[in-house]
Design a protein around this ligand. Sequence first.
Ligand code: HEC
Ligand code: HEC
Ligand code: HEC
Length: 357
Amino acid sequence: MVAALAGCGTQDVVPEREAADALARGEEVYLDHCVGCHGVAGDGRGPAATRLLTKPRDFRQGTFKFHSTSPGALPTDEDLIRVTTLGIPYTSMQPYADLPLRDRAAVVQYVKTFSSRWRSSGARVSLPPPPEPADARTRQGVEKGRAAYGRAMCKQCHGVAGDAKGVLAHALIDDWGDHTNPADFTLGMFKSGPRRADAVRTIMTGLNGTAMASFADVLDEGEAWYLVAYLRSFARPIETREHLAALLLARDYPDAFARHVGEPTPEAARALALRGSDIDAEKQCMKCHSVGSMQARRSNDWHVAHFADPRSVVPLSRMPAFPSLLDENGTPNADGLATIAYIQATALPNPRNVDSE
Ligand code: HEC
Ligand code: HEC
Ligand code: HEC
């Protein structure tokens, strides 16, 4: 049994022997699944890293974005296991839900060895979320959220329309020295998790290392729930998976998309995915894949890294590389965009069915 899971978000007491076994197992899991991106040294510089738009975490600083603890504090083991299990949607950090829980818990212990910050940390305690006000999911709740959004200046980064086009959006550099886009709420995009409670947690605790600070001191009790109701109201209607796939491609590779496809309209999206299915046939992807077998949720940049060098993201992959889908800078070309659109249209959750909890 893994004692690390027993504690409720507090410092975990693990017998020494079990801890040593877990670390050894954690190292194996890490080398099998994580090194391509996070690197053997935990520095976020694995072979895939240069091709990824959102850079893999450098574990050496001991700064973690998604945490239920107080602003700036290290996450709990449960926080790290949650990220490993669910992945970080719309980034190449994929879900590892199909690894046994014991392995996910073990790899998390191993990840903690890369930074000395863990040794000097005090108790790591999850802050309880504020209770949800009874009117949070009503029309008035959304209106209260609109007022709080204006007062707390969320628009400076996330934009008046929630489309990530605030005046500060271009200037946001994170603690690892990379540019980070604010969340674009029009895509219904939530990296920190699909539930309202996940977004509430983010607003209360902030995302460490990024410009997304904690707003706990600025907001009245329960106001975070109103804000989340308002954030959700920004989501634009997305009719089909093809359309969602095109919108995300246009966001990730704006220049290439504008050049090869144009505007990400529903019609253009349908044509692009159809073209992708033709390329699939031309390149004989079906020699190895059966229809609908490319099902896992992956980000666009994951596919780019995979086409360029499959083993950089899947260490024992036997898939050949497909450099013909990329231009000389490693950006997807017309065929690459179409192929990814086709894959994503079958793999992304159908927007009509996306969780509405
Ligand atoms: C294909 C690339 C890729 C692989 C493989 C990968 N990751 Fe990640 N990981 C990322 C990226 C990219 C991020 C940063 C996402 C962000 O900052 O939004 C990340 C972030 C993380 C974080 C930090 C979360 C936080 O709160 O800051 C943890 C923990 C993590 N990964 C664990 C793992 C583990 C464990 C494995 C192997 C089981 C793994 N990753 C495999 C790409 C990858
Ligand atoms: C100074 C800029 C800035 C301000 C002001 C700001 N944010 Fe953010 N916010 C960000 C950035 C940057 C991210 C994305 C961080 C990342 O993905 O690593 C983010 C992410 C988020 C997320 C997480 C979305 C997800 O994908 O899970 C939520 C929720 C959020 N912000 C809500 C708010 C609210 C509500 C306000 C106002 C109370 C606000 N933000 C103010 C910069 C800002
Ligand atoms: C020679 C056999 C072969 C051919 C040809 C091939 N693949 Fe693959 N593909 C594999 C194998 C094996 C895997 C599993 C290992 C991996 O993920 O790299 C895979 C995995 C994938 C995945 C990841 C699936 C997931 O979600 O885990 C995608 C996407 C993919 N292939 C797309 C393509 C496309 C697009 C083509 C044609 C341009 C193609 N493949 C051609 C063998 C092949």
